[in-house]
Design a protein around this ligand. Structure first.
Ligand code: UDP
Length: 253
C-alpha cells in the first residue's frame, strides 16, 4: 500500500494529505505538552478522546450553522477535514479568569468576567504565542478588518454553543482557544473554525465541585488526564464504543 504523505507534525496532531484534493487527514496523537513544550508526556488514549470530542463539538457547531473544517471521523484516531489556510492567531474566549489573564491583570482564578472577553495571540512557538491587539493584526496583515469582524462573531457563537452544551452536563466553560482557517472558493474566501476543540484547548470545571476536567490536570499534575477527559466524554454521551450513561444528554445525529 502506498505510504501517505505527511504534511505537518504538530505537538498533538499529525496532518496527512487526504484522499481527495482539498482534504486533509488529522491524526490525534497521545502526546501532551505544556508550557511551550517544556513539559511533555505520552498519555495513552488522549488522542482517541480528543478525536471523538472534537468531532462532537464541530458537528454540533455545523448543526447550528457555524462553519467548520470538519468533514467526518474516519476511525478512532483520525478525522477528515477540509484543507484551509490557518490564520496565524490563537483566538481565546474567556468567561471566567484563569491562566495567563490572572497573572496579567492580577485577577483571582475563577472570577466571573463582566462579559466574554476575546483575546488574540500571535501563533509563534519561538515567541511563546504573544498576546497581540487588532492594531498588530491589521498592521502586519494577518487578517483584514472584515476577517476580524467575522472572527469575533465566530468566536462568540462558539462560546455560546460550547457554554450551553457544557452547562447541560454540569460543566463550566471557563475559557477556550480556537483557530480559524480560510477556505477559497474561486475568487471568494470564507472563514471556518479549524484545528480542534477538545479539553486540550478549553478550561472545563465541574459546576458543583470546581474539579478541573481539562489540560490543567496535566499542566499542574492534578491526577489522571485520561480520567478527566473520559469524564467529559461520558457526561456528553460520546464515550468510544460505550452506550451513553442512562439519563444523560445524548448526541443527536
Ligand atoms: N490555549 C491553547 N493553546 C495555547 C494557549 C492556550 O489551547 O497555545 C487555551 C488554554 O487551554 C486555555 C485558553 O486557551 O483554555 C486560555 O489560555 P491562557 O492564555 O490562559 O494560557 P495558559 O495559561 O493556558 O498558558
Amino acid at each position: 500500500m502506498a505510504r501517505r504523505k505527511k504534511i505537518y507534525e504538530g505537538k498533538a496532531k499529525t496532518l496527512y494529505e487526504g484522499p481527495e484534493p482539498g482534504t486533509i487527514v488529522q491524526y490525534f496523537k497521545d502526546d501532551a505538552t505544556a508550557f511551550n513544550a517544556e513539559k511533555h508526556d505520552v498519555i495513552e488514549g488522549k488522542g482517541v478522546l480528543n478525536n471523538i470530542l472534537s468531532e462532537f463539538f464541530m458537528q454540533g457547531l455545523g448543526q447550528i450553522g457555524v462553519p467548520t473544517h470538519f468533514l467526518k471521523r474516519l476511525n478512532m484516531r483520525e478525522q477528515l477535514v477540509r484543507s484551509c489556510e490557518i490564520i496565524p492567531l490563537e483566538v481565546i474566549v474567556r468567561n471566567y479568569a484563569a491562566g495567563s489573564i490572572c497573572k496579567r491583570l492580577g485577577l483571582e482564578e475563577g472570577t466571573q468576567l463582566p462579559r466574554p472577553i476575546v483575546e488574540y495571540c500571535y501563533k509563534d512557538d519561538a515567541l511563546g504565542d504573544p498576546l497581540v491587539t487588532e492594531e498588530h493584526i491589521a498592521a502586519f496583515g494577518w487578517a483584514s478588518q472584515q476577517d476580524m469582524d467575522d472572527i469575533l462573531s465566530l468566536a462568540l457563537r462558539v462560546n455560546d454553543f460550547m457554554s450551553g452544551v457544557m452547562l447541560a452536563v454540569g460543566i463550566k466553560l471557563v475559557d477556550f482557544k480556537i483557530e480559524i482557517g480560510r477556505i477559497y472558493d474561486g475568487d471568494f474566501q470564507r472563514l471556518v473554525v479549524a484545528d480542534e476543540i477538545s479539553p486540550d484547548s478549553c478550561r472545563l470545571w465541574d459546576l458543583k465541585t470546581g474539579q478541573k476536567l481539562d489540560k490543567d490536570v496535566f499542566r499542574r499534575d492534578l491526577g489522571s488526564l485520561t480520567d478527566a477527559y473520559t469524564e467529559v466524554a461520558r457526561r456528553l454521551g460520546v464515550m468510544p464504543n460505550n452506550p451513553p450513561a442512562p439519563g444523560k444528554p445524548t448526541l443527536v445525529n
